[in-house]
Design a protein around this ligand. Structure first.
Ligand SMILES: NC(=O)c1ccc[n+]([C@@H]2O[C@H](COP(=O)([O-])OP(=O)(O)OC[C@H]3O[C@@H](n4cnc5c(N)ncnc54)[C@H](O)[C@@H]3O)[C@@H](O)[C@H]2O)c1
Length: 269
């Protein structure tokens, strides 16, 4: 990409990180197409920005994401930046989480990213000009956690899918770049309704701990988004605005695997 993108498409743009990305992109003068399944909040978000089209979209629906891509190319011309950002949380013991919640996690967190890739990559290749896809995983995409297996499993998948995509685009010599965004704690609505079935007291304690941690140490979405756009301007693949939330855990995990040691989760007890 010119590394000075003029436009962006953002999924999950009605709240939290996606809304922060939209506001920061607008501040940087970009034209926007915003997508979310919450049509009212999305319209309010777009109305407050100078040049933003709201396209209510459920990212789990391939046809809806295809319509989003068509609307985006109509409105913006060639798309410079796609943020596959929509995601949901599910907490609880793996075997107790509702099948519907497990399914939704797979469909939103993995399927949503995949639908974005399917709809936008062919158009980006056809445009044959620089563009970038930014997939939102999490620091949890490198470190699994008990009591949020759907989230851990799907965010690991996003890390893998994104690296595979990068390799494929490089094989083609395509001008389409890829980034993996791994947020640490950011203040948002993601823990507003995280329970995926029977709520065990251990899950309640776990969620209360995470909410407290995000309240205390979380970044606000707008400074977070500013760091993301700075990383994009540098052309970074790994976008990790809070390295302190990733690096120590990653180091411990790599050492554990190298030593074939048992996974342990002392921090939960
Ligand atoms: N907030 C954090 O601490 C944190 C940390 C790591 C990763 N993340 C990731 O950041 C991304 C954004 O999360 P957030 O924290 O801003 O949460 P959020 O709940 O505030 O925002 C997520 C948005 O995605 C939308 N969405 C959910 N399902 C959708 C669907 N099927 N189709 C379209 N839109 C849908 C929601 O309506 C919401 O507006 C997610 O992928 C999340 O996993 C967040």
């Amino acid at each position: 990409m010119s590394e000075a993108p003029n436009n962006a498409v953002i999924t999950g743009a009605a709240s939290g990180i996606g809304l922060g990305l939209a506001r920061e992109a607008a501040r940087r003068g970009m034209r926007l197409v915003l997508a979310d399944r919450d049509a009212d909040a999305l319209a309010a978000a777009a109305d407050a920005l100078p040049d933003a089209l709201a396209v209510p979209t459920d990212v789990t629906d391939p046809a809806a994401v295809e319509r989003l891509a068509a609307a985006a190319y109509d409105r913006l011309g060639p798309v410079d930046l796609l943020f596959n950002n929509a995601g949901i949380m599910a907490t609880g013991f793996s075997w107790e989480i509702d099948p519907a919640r497990w399914d939704a996690s797979l469909k939103v967190n993995i399927g949503g990213v995949l639908n974005g890739i399917r709809a936008f990559v062919p158009r980006m290749l056809q445009a044959a000009r620089p563009a970038r896809i930014v997939n939102t995983a999490s620091v949890g995409g490198f470190n699994p956690s008990p009591l949020m297996a759907p989230y851990s499993a799907t965010k690991f998948a996003v890390v893998a899918l994104t690296e595979a995509l990068k390799g494929e685009l490089d094989m083609l010599g395509a001008p389409v770049a890829v980034s993996l965004l791994a947020p640490g704690p950011v203040r948002s609505a993601i823990f507003d309704d995280p329970f995926g079935g029977a709520v065990h007291p251990a899950t309640e304690r776990f969620v209360a701990g995470l909410r407290g941690m995000i309240d205390q140490y979380g970044m606000d979405p707008e400074p977070f988004a500013a760091a993301v756009f700075d990383a994009i301007a540098r052309g970074d693949y790994w976008i990790v605005p809070q390295p302190e939330a990733l690096d120590p855990m990653l180091e411990r995990r790599q050492a554990m695997i190298a030593a074939r040691a048992q996974p342990s989760f002392d921090f939960l007890s």
